[in-house]
Design a protein around this ligand. Sequence first.
Ligand code: PBG
Length: 327
Amino acid sequence: MDMNVRPRRLRKNEPLRRMVRETRMDKSSLIYPMFVREGINVEEEIPSMPGQYRYSIDRFLFALNQVLESGVDKVMLFGIPNKKDEVGSQAYAEDGIVQRALREAKMRFPEAYLITDVCLCEYTSHGHCGLLCGCEVDNDSTLSLLAQTALSHVEAGADMVAPSDMMDGRVGAIRRKLDDSGHWDTPILSYAVKYASAFYGPFREAAGSAPSFGDRKGYQMDYHNRREGIKEALLDASEGADLLMVKPALAYLDVIEEVKRSTLLPVAAYSVSGEYAMVKAASAMRYIDEAKIICEMAAGTYRAGADIYLTYFAKELAGFMEEGRIG
Ligand code: PBG
């Protein structure tokens, strides 16, 4: 046969395939999302996210230790307060749930890298990500509360803050607030390109943060739009974001790729609750091989250009990377 180019030659065996592998992954790029709630000795499984829990602070510390032992040293913290009100005051309370969890975690595990989600929706009685003015979420009056929330996290020990609300100008507002308070060296991971997505359904059940009326389409992005995602990414970079996130991940690989090409910042991708729930449900039905699907989803996300991967499967992935199954 007259064929001088044979792609199969480089697929002959595993050592060779590993040598020519284009996408390399490392567990230092994994971030594991965790939920903390009030109470003592509580470890409550989230019904739509089997294997994920809401922890009281004491149990959270125990779980964090396991995360660290799995080889993942970065977590994204979400708080579930007991009391919600119109202005989300527990989001920026000095003794709020996230603030207390941060202090304890920093003391016990100084090696853990603690990132906090900065948003009001888990803390407002109406479940929206900002202050209401009538039935609208008011952008500008929300900014100072977000900045105050971010500062309270940093003062309690957060290593990095991650605003997820999608208000205009929030990265700049948070940057100024942190700088004015001497925290010029705390990075901001902006949920810059966050779509209004049905993939957040299980998370909202976990955090009790579904909006009580309307939806989030007035601030989160329309999933038909890609150019607008680049606009958001560039804007947040200009406001001082240090890292950019695209969310969700699986249905948005094109967006990850273009953000990566259009900016000079590290790009994170968040494989959200609905992605996790789908994999778990299908694997419970034995329709798919869970471990193989987890690896393939991760590799696809990194291949699209993600430098950082937030996933509820972070512990499993760290194990797979360790075994050489992926990476
Ligand atoms: C808070 C926030 C949400 C998620 C991360 N931060 C929910 C939302 O915007 O409704 C979703 C995470 C997930 O689904 O795993 N605004």
